[in-house]
Design a protein around this ligand. Structure first.
Ligand code: DGL
Length: 273
């Protein structure tokens, strides 16, 4: 398939948390058409094995490339980026850009010399993959860091529990763990977490610098599309939002993650399973 400027950008996540990244992309790149795929039938990815996540990621990428003719793929999920990025990059090397959410975050953290100790919070699979820990210690030896799995947060947010006393109690319990003692920066290494960024910021009384992936990933995509001369100068078609399983509650929750109401379409790419 020949890449073309007017082909869409494919964005996928385990569910609808990746819409935080899609939203940032549509703000920074208003001329790009987005095809979003949320694998709601298999969500959450955060406690699944790497092998299974790789199978899901490969099938979704196949759908975005072969059926939707996307010119670039954004893995808008830390868990899928941790488990499947290398495999997808090698599989599609030279044909299309594949962008993960982890590397742009690492770049942003290591560029900030004021940081002495950085905390990382994410799903179990992301933390146990050791990807953030390995990249930080390789790229900036001497930087102090500590990682903590916070498995309740993604489901809590998907269910609409944030900015209330339940999310405050859950956050207090996680953020008071010894791993996060004395941090001066915190990486929100899950695409659901921008929704609780303000609560986390308030917990730390604005004293901790908080990094989330949405804006840095959108900026990275913009840089790559321009460098490869793949950026669109005019939006010719509407964005499409597909999910592998549909419920009305997903559709309601999308409003939380995206700045306006969008219509989800069910698309079963797992028919032959
Ligand atoms: N959006 C996923 C991430 O960034 C978390 C949700 C899940 O566990 O599926 O890791």
């Amino acid at each position: 398939m020949k890449n073309h400027k007017h082909q869409p950008v494919g964005v996928f996540d385990s569910g609808i948390g990746g819409l935080t990244v899609a939203n940032a992309i549509s703000r920074q790149l208003p001329n790009e058409q987005l095809i979003y795929f949320g694998d709601t039938a298999h969500m959450p990815y955060g406690d699944k094995s790497k092998e299974l996540i790789r199978q899901y990621a490969s099938r979704i990428t196949g759908f975005l490339l072969n059926q939707q003719h996307c010119k670039a793929i954004v893995i808008a999920c830390n868990t899928a980026s941790a488990a499947a990025y290398e495999q997808l990059r090698d599989q599609f090397k030279g044909s299309i850009p594949v962008i993960n959410v982890i590397d742009p975050m690492i770049e942003a953290v290591i560029a900030d010399d004021s940081i002495k100790k950085v905390g990382i919070i994410a799903t179990k699979t992301t933390i146990s993959s050791g990807v953030y820990q390995e990249k930080l210690s390789r790229r900036k030896p001497g930087l102090n860091f500590s990682a903590l799995a916070t498995p309740l947060l993604a489901s809590m947010i998907e269910e609409g529990y944030y900015n209330n006393n339940i999310s405050a109690a859950v956050l207090e319990s996680y953020l008071s763990q010894p791993e996060l003692k004395d941090i001066d920066a915190l990486v929100l290494a899950c695409t659901h977490y921008p929704l609780i960024k303000n609560e986390i910021d308030a917990f730390y009384n604005h004293r901790v610098k908080i990094f989330d992936s949405a804006e840095v990933v959108a900026a990275k995509l913009k840089w790559i599309l321009e460098k490869e001369n793949l950026h669109s100068e005019q939006k010719l078609a509407e964005d499409q939002f597909y999910v592998s399983d549909f419920t009305e509650s997903f559709e309601r929750t999308t409003k939380i993650f995206y700045s306006h109401q969008i219509q989800l379409q069910r698309c079963n790419i797992w028919k032959n399973e």
